[in-house]
Design a protein around this ligand. Structure first.
Ligand SMILES: [Zn+2]
Ligand SMILES: [Zn+2]
Length: 567
């Protein structure tokens, strides 16, 4: 196993935190914390340095650190962690994952209040027991309650990318059962929700009994809740439901399984107004079933346009479908290019040439390179000199690829005061700037809003990158008055990014819808750090569709000069 700097630094930090929770010697803790910073920035092959013992020649790396790294490099669990895990209860270690809880606070909760799990901590917050604890207080307690709630939700859901991969695997297994005619993945996966809490399958079969037997062979522990509806946990721990239906029931079952509750409720209300009744078993006029061969037929019978699953969130789409005013949603094939990507010039894994070739392979006609700016030193941010070097490379490549264009951008850090980190003297030569926040997440809402408004006011700013900074299931966005920021984007002709990394999907589709209402353009960007990362645009396009975007709403779908010259 090769030893990378990030992992090594993370383990050292973890060890330092666990020592602090145990109340160990402060010098030892500081030494490890310090060493973690040094190791993260080390030049050269870390593993070779560890193996030869040369690591000890680096100032700030002591014997304790070297021993940890040696064990890591050998693929062993370092003794210091194993020992800490023996002494510190699991639930106490788990508290360290809650934002806002450092080792010192966790030690106090464990030692002074005797709390040994997040559940106990939550209860103690509700009982107001943290208010009087030194180093805490009412505000900290309130923040902790919010953080625990967030952690709870996170633990029960999965990213759409993970859930849909798991669903596809299960659907393939289900399709292999003798007698199964069709398998449809419904639920949140079919609606392309950004995170997913359960997997839903509708299996169409002639002989339902035979499928029932095969199911329990395939998924040990699967239980019927009703004769032909089964529940189990997937391998990753998500609840899943399998409904087995005859061909005649399939359309209704698929409609029902796809949901959402809000959509079905609105649809059932609409049916009532047409003198019909809609429920899980189908569409009814009095006691007789109205035959619907597929989903399309349901909507048609109800006098509605077919509603794309992405839109079925109970947000007014049924009324629009009845009025015939649903938008013609953008599709992946409408994309002509993307504008936020990284290369080996900053923290990407592929060269400009490799990235451009991959973009061309996807059928795109333009490709925007936006590597990190100078202050992003952790990501090898570009100096003016290296940026100009990149431009020369881009010019050469552009000359060799007729019909395809690499556009020159940068992902400029938004500094704490809202100014943009653009390399000295490079503004003129850049085709565009993506402005993003990568630091100072904890400003007050007021300061953060002011910072972003100032950033989008900068004349070079064309796209606001990952606007809220959220990491799905891991970190909520920073405190922000997004409405004010979006209004500033309108005023200054700045497009709003849908960052398509499945870990971000930022801006959220609900806010993307708001942006469209305000008349903003959206930019679906993969923020790719490898050629494979380009394919993340599928998640971003899904967000755009959930927001109700047409191809005219995306800067990706027309001549790139239209956008570049639009300001
Ligand atoms: Zn970024
Ligand atoms: Zn980026």
């Amino acid at each position: 196993m090769s030893l990378d700097r990030k992992t090594a630094a993370r383990v050292l930090r973890e060890a330092a935190a666990l020592l602090e929770v145990q109340g160990e010697n402060i010098h030892r803790i500081r030494a490890l914390t310090n060493a973690s910073r040094i190791v993260e920035r080390i030049d050269g092959d870390l593993e070779a340095l560890v193996e030869s013992g040369e690591i000890l020649e680096i100032k700030g790396v002591g014997k304790g650190t070297a021993a940890i790294l040696r064990q890591l490099s050998a693929g062993e669990r370092p003794d210091i962690l194993a020992e800490a895990e023996r002494v510190v209860p699991f639930g106490v270690r788990e508290m360290l994952t809650i934002p806002g809880l450092g080792p010192k606070k966790v030690r106090a909760l464990w030692r002074d209040l005797g709390l040994v799990s997040i559940g106990e901590l939550e209860y103690a917050c509700r009982e107001n027991r943290l208010v009087e604890l030194p180093g805490f207080g009412a505000r900290t307690q309130e923040k902790l309650i919010g953080a625990i709630r967030f952690a709870r939700i996170a633990e029960k859901r999965r990213l759409i990318s993970q859930a849909s991969t798991e669903a596809t695997g299960i659907a393939t297994s289900l399709s292999g059962i003798d007698g199964v005619a069709k398998v449809v993945v419904g639920g949140e996966v079919r609606r392309w929700c950004e995170t997913v809490g359960s997997l839903e399958f509708v299996v169409t079969a002639d002989d339902e009994g035979r499928v029932r037997d095969a199911l329990s062979d395939l998924f040990p522990g699967i239980e019927p809740d009703e004769p032909l509806r089964f529940s189990a946990l997937t391998e990753s721990g998500l609840p899943m439901t399998v409904r087995v239906v005859s061909a005649a029931e399939a359309a209704a079952a698929i409609l029902w399984s796809t949901g959402s509750d809000g959509h079905l409720h609105a649809l059932a209300e609409h049916a009532l107004s047409a003198g019909l009744r809609l429920n899980e078993s189908g569409l009814w006029r009095g006691d007789s079933r109205v035959e619907c061969a597929d989903e399309q037929a349901f909507y048609e019978t109800l006098g509605c346009q077919w509603v794309a699953p992405e839109l079925r969130e109970g947000e007014g789409e049924v009324a629009r479908a009845a009025a015939g005013t649903l938008p013609e949603l953008v599709v992946l094939e409408d994309l002509l290019g993307v504008l936020h990507n990284h290369t080996t010039y900053s923290d990407g894994a592929a060269t400009v040439e490799e990235m451009a070739a991959a973009a061309r392979g996807l059928g795109w006609s333009f490709f925007g390179v936006a590597d990190h700016s100078p202050v992003a030193s952790y990501a090898n941010g570009l100096s003016a000199e290296r940026l100009r070097d990149q431009w020369r490379r881009i010019d050469e490549l552009n000359a060799s690829m007729p019909g395809f264009r690499i556009v020159k951008g940068i992902e400029a850090d938004i500094l704490t005061d809202g100014s943009l980190d653009i390399p000295e003297g490079c503004e003129e030569g850049l085709d565009y700037v993506v402005a993003s926040v990568h630091s100072a997440f904890r400003l007050t809402e007021e300061a953060q809003t002011e910072r972003l408004v100032r950033a989008v006011t900068h004349p070079a700013c064309r796209i606001l990158g990952h606007p809220t900074g959220r990491l799905l299931l891991a970190r909520p966005g920073y405190a922000l008055d997004l409405d004010t920021v979006l209004s500033a984007c309108v005023e200054h002709g700045v497009a709003v990014e849908i960052n398509s990394s499945p870990y971000r999907l930022d801006i959220d589709w609900r806010w993307a819808r708001r942006a469209l209402d305000l008349g903003l353009k959206l930019a679906v960007n993969p923020d790719a750090h490898s050629t494979q990362g380009l394919e993340d645009v599928r998640w971003g396009v899904a967000v755009a569709r959930k927001a109700g975007a047409t191809k005219a709403d995306l800067i990706n779908c027309s001549d790139i000069d239209d956008f570049l010259n639009s300001r």
